[in-house]
Design a protein around this ligand. Sequence first.
Ligand SMILES: NC(=O)c1ccc[n+]([C@@H]2O[C@H](COP(=O)([O-])OP(=O)(O)OC[C@H]3O[C@@H](n4cnc5c(N)ncnc54)[C@H](OP(=O)(O)O)[C@@H]3O)[C@@H](O)[C@H]2O)c1
Length: 294
Amino acid sequence: MRARPRPIAGRRVWLIGASSGIGAALARELRRRGARLAVTARRADQLDEVAGRDMAVVPADVTDRRAVLAAARVVEDALGGVDTVVWCAGFWKRLDAADWDADAFARHVEVNLLGLNNVLAATLPGLVRRGDGHLVGVASVAGYRGLPGSEAYGATKAAQLNLFEALRAALRGRGIRVTTVSPGFVRTPMTAANTFPMPFMIEADAAARAVADGLERGRTEIVFPLPVALGMRLARLLPSRLWTALASRGSRAGGPRAGGAPAGGTPAGGAPAGGTPAGGTRTGERRPDRGSER
Ligand SMILES: NC(=O)c1ccc[n+]([C@@H]2O[C@H](COP(=O)([O-])OP(=O)(O)OC[C@H]3O[C@@H](n4cnc5c(N)ncnc54)[C@H](OP(=O)(O)O)[C@@H]3O)[C@@H](O)[C@H]2O)c1
């Protein structure tokens, strides 16, 4: 089935997770292409910088359901309604399976899943009522297969992929489209402190253009860059035993890859991507209470 082109100009977009990285670049790119935007994250000063005079700034913590509901109302008023909701918030911290960090796991679930749940609760009823709308979810190719070190992040990304797929089918007849975005490595604050190789890494601006192009083409899934898209699609097809052997190589080797990506990357030549730990440790926490948030 051929996708129908979907112009961005004139769309009213609520972008959540817009204060840095991919979300910030995407907000600017969508604005450049003629969308009207409201941007959300916790850091209001960063949002102001992204927004300039062109976007509504509505700070909120996605883990706070009431704050998200209140933010949704402010956004509706500011834009006169919302056509497109872009979920781009995210949290990541490397886990060591042999030294389980229950708090870090819980934080991934709180931000990446329960935060998303709060945003869906605040936005889907309005989209369904209008019988028109577009939900864009930024997940990751890290959700395609299980990787050492990425137990928490990857699990929430796999859940997001599944959730967006289910929503796409469930809401198809209600006039709501769902697009899943699965980036490989992108240079953002999230990946800034990673010490391991990040093959095929692209800049946040390039990621934003890839997403905007995909949206304009009416794509259902937007996966980039191409070598990672191909490599991880192939990785998805590998039998479990082979994947486990490859994925555990880095763990057994110890050193910088310990707990991380299969040494030498996936069989397709691309390292597991999408902000997966791939053996590095994550530093650069921006707030003491946040762990490694991105
Ligand atoms: N960079 C990569 O290689 C890569 C690859 C694949 C997928 N991704 C995904 O792309 C998305 C954007 O990541 P990024 O790389 O651009 O990282 P980033 O620059 O760290 O951006 C993360 C965004 O999430 C927001 N956020 C985090 N916790 C939040 C909370 N509790 N409430 C509201 N907003 C919150 C942050 O804003 P505040 O801190 O201001 O709240 C920030 O705007 C994430 O979902 C990430 O998993 C990234």
